[in-house]
Ligand binder design. Structure first.
Ligand code: SF4
Length: 356
């Protein structure tokens, strides 16, 4: 009697189904517990943040007059150097990188961090110190920068798509933006050549206008060979939103089962209705942990928590600015309850490489 082949496919499928339902519930429970524990603690000061975002570039490519930015800029190749003149100097950025603790993720973001003339030196320093680096980019210069990104050990590349070709080009103000992103993603995949780094995640960032075409954008991202796709729901309170279109897309998610597509925030239909109805849903009972665990340094050198400026990197160590009087005041207020700006902010659902 011949040996029966093990039916590993059904075992995998049932395992995958269980993982898709059980583990998200466990991680939400863990976040709730963590938030509850923090909620009981009295601290306004923080240790080294686990996420430091450097907005290397002010993002002129996103100005209303799109012709000024992106690849159409009149200053040509020197534009990225001229633009950086008013921001922190190379040594300011390096001081921050050198002050980042082990275990911290360094996120390079801002309009397009690949436009910054300081990109290479920051990546080199971070690689030398073994820091986990993530880059968030719409990808206009990705094809050109892919060898540097690969060679200097970046862990994750988050490519931002605002919609299918026409929507993405209109949003970025660059008629070739989508084509550049696709070429960059393919170059990155080609360079990896069988290795796993950097992971390529495509962030599909939707707005009230682009929700109906979001499924098409996800298909594009999968065709580009993304290791993961995160579909970001529109922020609550931004524009007039067709909640019906959101719910329809939420129901359609079953067609990507087995693919690496996630939704952020990961809410069920009822929760989505409540979220867009203005309810302050949260992963935790009361407290959002973002101002306790992450900090942003803007292209102007200002240090911000949740959009509130608490200091400046010029001459002061980042760790000190994180515990400045303004920063402690902000946390003290948030301990009493959510601020007005928390209402539509997805930050409280946990971090998903959020592009804000
Ligand atoms: S919900 Fe948003 S604004 Fe409020 S504390 Fe969290 S990140 Fe900041």
């Amino acid at each position: 009697m011949g040996k029966r082949k093990p039916d590993h496919r059904s075992a995998l499928e049932s395992g995958r189904d269980a993982a898709a339902s059980v583990y998200p519930a466990i991680s939400r429970g863990a976040l709730r517990l963590r938030s509850a524990l923090w909620g009981r603690s009295g601290t306004e000061t923080v240790g080294p943040p686990s996420l430091v975002t450097l907005e290397l570039n002010a993002g002129r490519g996103f100005e209303a007059d799109g012709a000024k930015g992106g690849r159409e800029g009149k200053a040509g190749a020197l534009e990225r150097f001229w633009r950086a003149r008013s921001g922190p100097s190379k040594s300011d950025w390096l001081d921050i990188v050198n002050g980042v603790g082990a275990g911290t993720t360094l996120r390079l973001a801002g309009g397009d961090p690949l436009e910054s003339p300081h990109l290479e030196v920051i990546l080199f320093e971070a690689d030398r110190r073994g820091i986990d680096v993530e880059i968030v980019t719409p990808g206009a210069r990705l094809e050109e920068c892919a060898p540097v990104i690969y060679g200097l050990g970046v862990s994750r590349l988050r490519l931002v798509l605002y919609g299918p070709e026409e929507v993405h080009n209109r949003t970025t103000g660059d008629a070739r933006a989508f084509e550049s992103s696709v070429r960059g993603a393919l170059a990155m995949r080609g360079l990896r050549c069988g290795t796993a780094r950097p992971t390529l995640v495509v962030d599909v960032v939707t707005s009230a206008e682009s929700v109906p075409s979001a499924a098409e954008t996800v298909e594009c991202a999968l065709a580009m060979g993304a290791d993961g796709v995160v579909l970001h729901w529109p922020c609550a309170g931004e524009g007039v939103l067709d909640v019906g279109a959101v719910l329809m897309l939420s129901r359609a998610r079953t067609k990507w089962r087995g693919e690496t597509v996630r939704f952020f925030p990961d809410l069920g239909e009822d929760e989505l209705r409540r979220y867009y109805g203005g309810e302050a849903l949260s992963v935790g009972p009361k407290r959002c942990l973002v101002p306790w665990r992450s900090v942003t340094v803007g292209a102007d050198g200002k240090v911000r928590f949740c959009g509130t400026t608490v200091g400046d990197v010029g001459g002061e160590a980042l760790a000190d600015v994180c515990n400045s009087e303004a920063a402690r005041l902000l946390r003290r207020e948030l301990k009493k309850g959510p601020a007005a700006e928390c209402a539509g902010c997805p930050g409280r659902f946990g971090d998903e490489g959020l592009v804000r």
